[in-house]
Ligand binder design. Structure first.
Ligand SMILES: Nc1ncnc2c1ncn2[C@@H]1O[C@H](COP(=O)(O)OP(=O)(O)OP(=O)(O)O)[C@@H](O)[C@H]1O
Ligand SMILES: [Mg+2]
Length: 654
């Protein structure tokens, strides 16, 4: 059981918890929610012991084994599989113990104690799951969206987002009683997200997860811990249940507040009226006291206090951008450039609002980065309209922030670098005011960016982008890290934006609300996507199946190449009869598999039809999961079918 009693928690001068008390029971699945900067990640630091309470009592059972996702970018050339296996810390310890025992045994083979220690080391290692560590690790890696051929590739050959996925797999690999996940979905696409949900639902220990993703929280949590106004409040139920309860509470609070306001007004009137009269002065005085005593019910202002807008862009070129006969990809130090997308012919027109879809790793970010001039096209041309002013927002942009500098210093530097801007005033006071409109209060404009929370950094980058008055917005996963209120503010601002917009996001709500056409990046091409987001979800599932099939074909080809052809030995006539006898059970099974395949196919069609109708979120998730399982089953059946028909054919040909 985790308990907090009257805990006070501070970061520098900022008080994050002031007398917070809460209990988390073993086995509970807790969603930790709250605004950006409320102190969620700081609370994790308390849980994992990197930070201590500044007051009150905090305790976690000392015997609990803790698993959490390391936040650093791994820089090793270990293979993905080994790296993830290494997440099982107990296994690693026991392997070391075994190595020691083996060394001891080699030095002194006759010492019975060392012999005993060696035997123990072997059993311990076996009990810790050494025998299936590799397949367990690989199941995690594949579940998080990696391809079979990537299992043995070195960690540092993957891009940042994929390396963070490996960090996540490593944490899941570690046997634990307490699992801490801080925004685990930020680097995932829909496929991997659905897989992670299923995995977490089976996790047996106590789990605390920080997330701003409502659908994800609903799928994996049954208790919600809300951090706000320096307090922690526990709600039984998932995020939706919490929202409902909280809305009711706020309503009650609002009602109490209005009632109190009425009363205050009444008292005030009394005081005003009687103050003038000497005879009533005393009564007035007591009323003044009553007014002072009256405890103010906190007004709700703080709840939905954030909104911003993109400034009207000056001139908008049309077309904004023309891409012709272009190839996009990476230059490599050793070897030829790696082309990711080719034959790209596209124009971006003024006022278009384009959602860019595509499974992870297909080249969405490559496309966006090339348009943002972060990368050069490998071939062809990207022609920009005159006066094009790109506002680029991406995950890695957060790294561009200088940790030592404050938000104000960032703004001042940017204003200086961009030179005098006719429409914006660049005095320090103006910049402070501008930051204020993005919820950076007086103190925060002077706080080092390195100490700010993820959401605060993202908000700063957003503010810097808005200040530049772009006419083309290129947004690559802009809502990662942002809390729900800020996401909504962003959606509203994007809807009102008059320029052109290109958006990559796994936030379906955002895509739906701001885009009206979609491009699909996949199989090395960029094409129009005819359909809506439900069609897209189906497309993703089919695509996953296609990739799996390709992998299977590749392995089978490799096997065929490795295994010599059937021996050409001459076959005696009586063998033929024997063979037809052998073929009978095979044919029977083949017929069965045929039937199962037909049934699975029918269910698949039905599920897909269901997904095309508007469904409540939990049902989409559930149907998606079933569809995924079904596709896997179909894959297995097809494989069996092929194996059987191969065998039957071989017998017949024999
Ligand atoms: N070393 C520090 N000095 C001053 N303030 C700090 C320091 N570290 C954190 N803070 C502040 O403490 C607050 C809580 O930070 P924390 O990272 O816990 O927020 P969070 O709830 O995880 O937010 P997010 O949803 O954005 O991740 C933030 O306002 C942050 O700016
Ligand atoms: Mg955080």
């Amino acid at each position: 059981m985790i308990t907090l009693k009257n805990v006070i928690l501070r970061r520098s001068a900022k008080v994050l918890l002031n007398g917070a008390s809460v209990t988390i029971n073993p086995g509970e699945k807790v969603g930790l929610v709250g605004r950006n900067g409320a102190g969620k990640s700081t609370l994790f630091a308390l849980f994992n012991g990197t930070l201590h309470e500044d007051g009150g009592d905090f305790s976690v059972p000392p015997s609990w084994r803790l698993a959490q996702v390391a936040q650093n970018m791994p820089e090793t050339d270990e293979s993905a599989t080994d790296f993830v296996v290494g997440g099982d810390t107990r296994l690693v310890e026991l392997r070391e113990a075994l190595a020691l025992a083996e060394a001891g045994h080699a030095a002194d083979p006759d010492d019975p104690d060392i012999g005993m220690a060696l035997a123990h080391a072997y059993t311990d290692l076996h009990d810790a799951g050494e025998h299936d560590a590799v397949p367990r690790a690989q199941a995690l890696i594949l579940g998080l969206g990696f391809k079979v051929q990537e299992l043995d590739q070195p960690v540092n050959s993957f891009s940042g987002g994929w390396r963070m996925r490996l960090q996540l797999a490593r944490a899941l690999m570690c046997p634990s009683d307490l699992l801490l996940l801080d925004e685990p979905t930020n680097h995932l696409d829909l496929d991997a997200l659905v897989w992670l949900e299923a995995w977490l639902q089976k996790y047996a220990g106590t789990m605390i997860v920080i997330s701003h993703d409502r659908e994800f929280l609903d799928a994996v949590t049954d208790v919600t811990l809300h951090i706000a106004h320096e307090q922690l409040t526990r709600y039984g139920g998932n995020y939706s249940a919490f929202e409902t309860l909280r809305a009711q509470q706020l309503e009650l609070q609002q009602a109490a507040f209005s009632k109190q306001q009425d009363k205050i007004a009444h008292l005030q009137k009394f005081i005003d009226r009687f103050k003038a009269k000497a005879s009533k002065a005393k009564q007035a005085q007591s009323r003044v006291k009553a007014l002072e005593r009256m405890e103010k019910v906190a007004p709700l202002l703080a709840e939905a206090d954030f909104s911003f807008e993109f400034k009207e862009p000056g001139n908008i070129p049309n077309p904004m951008l023309t891409i012709s006969a272009a190839s996009f990809g990476y230059l490599q130090d050793d070897g030829p450039p790696r082309t990711i997308l080719s034959g790209v012919n596209r124009s971006v027109l003024a006022g278009q609002r384009i959602g860019i879809l595509g499974a992870n790793g297909q080249g969405k970010s490559t496309l966006v980065k090339t348009i943002a001039r972060e990368m050069r096209a490998l071939a062809g041309t990207v022609t920009e309209g005159k006066g094009l002013n790109i506002g680029y927002f991406a995950q890695q942009e957060l790294d561009v922030l200088r940790p030592q500098d404050t938000p104000l210093e960032h703004m001042v530097r940017m204003a200086r670098e961009l030179g005098p801007n006719a429409r914006e005033r660049t005095g320090e006071q103006d910049l402070r005011g501008f930051l204020g409109s993005f919820n950076f209060s007086g103190d925060m404009v002077k706080q080092a960016v390195g100490t700010m929370s993820g959401g605060e950094k993202a908000r700063l980058v957003l503010a810097m982008m808005v200040w530049q008055r772009p006419n083309l917005l290129l947004l690559d996963e802009p809502t990662n890290h942002l809390d729900l209120a800020t996401r909504e503010a962003l959606a509203v601002a994007l809807n009102e934006f008059e320029g052109t917009l290109m958006l990559v996001s796994h936030d379906r709500a955002l895509l739906r609300s701001v885009c009206d056409e979609f491009w699909l990046v996949g199989r090395g091409r960029v094409s129009d996507f005819d359909g809506d987001l439900d069609d897209y979800q189906r497309y993703l599932l089919d695509e996953a199946k296609r990739v799996r099939e390709e992998a299977r074909l590749a392995t089978r080809e490799a096997e065929n190449a490795a295994i010599p052809a059937a021996p050409p030995a001459s076959v005696a006539p009586q063998d033929r009869q024997q063979r037809s006898g052998q073929a009978r059970p095979l044919k029977r099974e083949l017929a069965q598999v045929d039937e199962q395949l037909a049934a699975a196919g029918a269910e698949k069609t039905a599920l897909e039809a269901r997904l095309s109708a508007p469904l409540p979120a939990p049902e989409i998730a559930e149907t998606g999961r079933r569809l995924k399982a079904l596709n896997e089953e179909i894959g297995r059946l097809e494989e069996r079918w092929l194996a059987l028909s191969d065998q039957i054919e071989a017998l017949a040909a024999g």
